[in-house]
Design a binder for this molecule. Structure first.
Ligand SMILES: Cc1ncc(COP(=O)(O)O)c(C=O)c1O
Length: 390
């Protein structure tokens, strides 16, 4: 069979670091071992029943068997506005300041293509969610890394960025609660971000994927809560984590009107909007009781407490995450993150994600997802203890 070569654009895409991890895990599982996989970010709980029921009912509605309106149903955009007002006190114009997305990932990858020309510079958190890199590559733009260091609470230090980089930057990605570090942002940091972005003409994209997941009674703040934020950027929200709807592929972007217009324009060319029944069920998720969200956060917090406690008991000096469902754990001295993750996989059959997969400043850490039961998390800690590394 004839083999067609990939375009230069596809060839320029970043290599998927975690693909090799999946292969390694597959081999250990094929050998019949009981693997505890803490390496991924796939929520383990089902979608709350009232949302599933709303989808089941809506799926029977012939109206939704036709094409949806290109930019999504107004009822969903209005539900988004109601949700932001209720949760964050942020007022949004549903038609001008809300864009419906096929999941947060789609929006994050689209934005560089919406706003950048080849060679433009994007400020990207390091460590960070690797899909930011994909969007930058597809736009043929350049990345400039913003180190997230423990001593700064894993917030970027704008003062420390090189002047020439800042001058060229047109876009910046931020993400709090943060994947992979579990750090949360402060209002003061977001206020600094607004001033910095306004001064240098940078569009801020705040990825609020873990917006619902804050611990110790601290609700994570929305970037749009901060004065002037809408002037300089947008926020991306997803149903994947708040409502365990990762398989449904739905999210939205909110904020700056010109950026929302650009996203809508690109999407007019790429897709027709999502299945209407999914949009209806998503509106139900936003508008009805949030008890399921409170219960989910309590579940993650309890897992966090159990796991962090178990690791400290075995002598691993770890910091508890303030939000997200990840724990960011320092690798013992003398190991790279990949070597350490390999040993945990091969000798304890516990999968963790090596920090280097999230960027150069991820070296020295591994990421654990709190996405299994407390019993399994304790079992993972016990297996690690048995290696006598700590
Ligand atoms: C930081 C971050 N942003 C965005 C996403 C994308 O979520 P989705 O595409 O399911 O909305 C994820 C998912 O893992 C994530 O960790």
């Amino acid at each position: 069979m004839k083999s067609f070569t990939e375009s230069d654009l596809l060839k320029s895409l970043p290599k998927q670091f975690f693909a090799s991890l999946v292969d390694k895990v597959g081999k250990v599982m094929a050998d019949g071992h009981d693997v505890i996989n803490l390496g991924q970010g796939n929520p383990d709980q089902p979608t709350p029943p009232h949302i599933v029921e709303a989808l089941q009912k809506a799926a029977a509605n012939p109206k939704y068997h036709k094409y949806s309106p290109f930019r999504g149903y107004s009822f969903l955009k209005e539900a988004v506005a109601t949700f932001y007002e209720r949760e964050y006190g942020v007022t949004l114009d549903p038609e001008k300041e809300v864009a419906i997305l096929f999941g947060g990932k789609a929006g994050l990858v689209e934005i560089p293509q919406c706003l950048l020309n080849p060679g433009d510079v994007v400020l990207v958190p390091d460590p960070g969610y690797p899909d930011y890199w994909s969007g930058v590559a597809l736009a043929r733009a350049e990345m400039a890394m913003m180190p997230l260091l423990a001593e700064n609470g894993f917030l970027p230090d704008y003062e420390g960025l090189k002047e020439e980089v800042v001058r060229k930057a047109k876009l910046m990605f931020l993400n709090y609660p943060n994947n992979p570090t579990g750090a949360t942002a402060t209002e003061a940091f977001f206020a600094d971000t607004v001033s910095f972005a306004a001064k240098h003409n940078i569009c801020v994209v705040h990825d609020f994927a873990y917006g619902a997941i804050g611990f110790d009674g601290q609700k994570p703040i929305s970037f749009l809560q901060v004065e002037g934020a809408k002037e300089v950027g947008i926020e991306i929200y997803t149903f994947s984590k708040t409502y365990n709807m990762a398989g449904w592929r739905i999210g939205f972007a909110v904020g700056n009107e010109s950026v929302i217009a650009a996203i809508n324009l690109l999407q007019d060319h790429l897709y027709v909007s999502l299945f209407g029944a999914i949009q209806e069920a998503a509106a139900v998720a936003l508008l009805e009781s949030q008890q399921c969200v409170h219960e989910l956060v309590a579940l993650y917090e309890s897992r966090r407490n159990t796991f962090i406690h178990a690791l400290r008991e075995i002598g691993w000096n770890v910091t508890a995450p303030a939000g997200s469902f990840f724990a960011w754990l320092p690798v013992p001295t003398g190991w790279t993150s990949e070597q350490f993750a390999d040993v945990l996989l091969e000798r304890a059959h516990v999968v963790v994600a090596p920090g280097i997969g999230f960027g150069a400043h991820g070296e020295g850490y591994v990421r654990v997802g709190l996405l299994t039961s407390e019993e399994r998390l304790q079992e993972a800690a016990a297996r690690i203890a048995a290696l006598h590394i700590f």
